[in-house]
Design a protein around this ligand. Structure first.
Ligand SMILES: NC(=O)c1ccc[n+]([C@@H]2O[C@H](COP(=O)([O-])OP(=O)(O)OC[C@H]3O[C@@H](n4cnc5c(N)ncnc54)[C@H](OP(=O)(O)O)[C@@H]3O)[C@@H](O)[C@H]2O)c1
Length: 297
């Protein structure tokens, strides 16, 4: 049974995040990006859910509830999950539906195959009749077809379709499907220390007008561990007020990126990550400095 987070607990978590040094006024406009195929604005920081809500138990539901409430209360909308992320779809469904939050969210999930039974299972677990984005997970073969996904989109079961990979060895397959089937989104590994997609996937995504979601934007936490105990350099202080915003804003500094989806099971981290939608973004010179900075770590 779900134990709802109390108002007091949520206020304490939000308060902790607000105590973090911030150079930005809380009433500044939040960064949104237009989904290329529709023009629909999407808040540029979302929530990734790999690993964090794997087990359907009271502890997972409590942290999911706090993270989702923090997302919505701080201007976010996008949640990325997958049929293969343990119980994450079920945990999210158990939290979102009773709180009446479905309409405030942009829910993206992934199927391993274009399989009707797998789709039905995801819809049931997420407790929703419709998805915002349905993605084919880990595309690895250039002949994989999005025909079923296109039918489901035409039937109104999902509003957008996409493909994903975080394996550079499969980028050839991603390019083939992206160029041929022209999905609405591609989700790909992109972080300040993993920039292969700048050469290959981002240019093609721009050509075929696919929105880009960046998987693993903090390098699974690797980037944050690499700067532990270090101060943000002075030259970055006009756009980054925390290390998560430094790393996420590097990605958002590329206008082809529609949204970053850092994974977290911690509501204070969720609020901190959403802060990357506030204030300035690094310019091209600053982005080059950021690359040099990380390469020298
Ligand atoms: N093939 C695919 O389609 C694919 C593959 C991989 C990932 N993805 C998607 O991309 C999302 C992001 O990737 P990821 O979750 O693997 O890695 P990530 O977002 O790069 O990093 C997540 C790690 O960073 C930590 N973290 C997040 N925000 C933080 C903050 N403000 N301060 C300190 N630590 C913070 C998290 O721990 P805490 O929980 O403690 O915050 C977690 O350990 C996934 O969740 C998933 O939705 C898709």
């Amino acid at each position: 049974m779900t134990t709802p987070i109390t108002r007091r607990e949520l206020a304490a978590l939000a308060g902790a995040a607000l105590l973090a040094p911030t150079a930005y006024a809380q009433n500044e406009p939040l960064l949104t990006r237009a989904i290329p195929n529709s023009g629909e604005p999407l808040p540029a920081v979302g929530l990734g859910t790999a690993y964090v809500f794997d087990t359907s138990d009271a502890a997972s539901r409590r942290s999911a509830e706090a993270v989702v409430q923090a997302l919505v209360a701080n201007g976010g909308r996008l949640i990325d999950t997958a049929s293969s992320y343990g119980d994450a779809e079920s945990v999210l469904g158990e939290v979102i539906a009773p709180a009446g939050l479905r309409d405030k969210l942009f829910i993206a999930t992934k199927l391993e195959q274009p399989d009707a039974a797998e789709l039905k299972r995801s819809l049931t677990r997420l407790r929703t009749a419709k998805l915002d984005l349905l993605q084919l997970h880990n595309v690895s073969n250039r002949r994989q077809s999005l025909a079923r996904f296109k039918e489901w989109k035409a039937q109104g079961i999902c509003r957008y379709i996409g493909i994903t990979s975080t394996f550079p060895g499969d980028f050839g397959a991603i390019e083939a499907v992206l160029g041929r089937d022209k999905p609405d989104f591609v989700q790909i590994n992109y972080s300040l220390d993993d920039r292969e997609v700048e050469k290959r996937i981002l240019p093609l995504a721009g050509e075929v007008k696919a929105g880009v979601l960046t998987a693993v934007p903090l390098g699974r936490g690797r980037l944050l561990r690499a700067v532990r105990g270090k101060a943000i350099p002075d030259w970055a202080s006009n756009f980054a007020n925390s290390w998560p915003s430094f790393f996420l804003k590097y990605l958002l500094g590329d206008p082809r990126v529609t949204a970053v989806i850092p994974g977290t099971g911690n509501p204070a981290h969720m609020i901190e990550n959403l802060g990357a939608m506030r204030g300035r973004l690094p310019d091209p010179d600053q982005r080059r400095r950021m690359v040099a900075f990380v390469e020298a770590l």
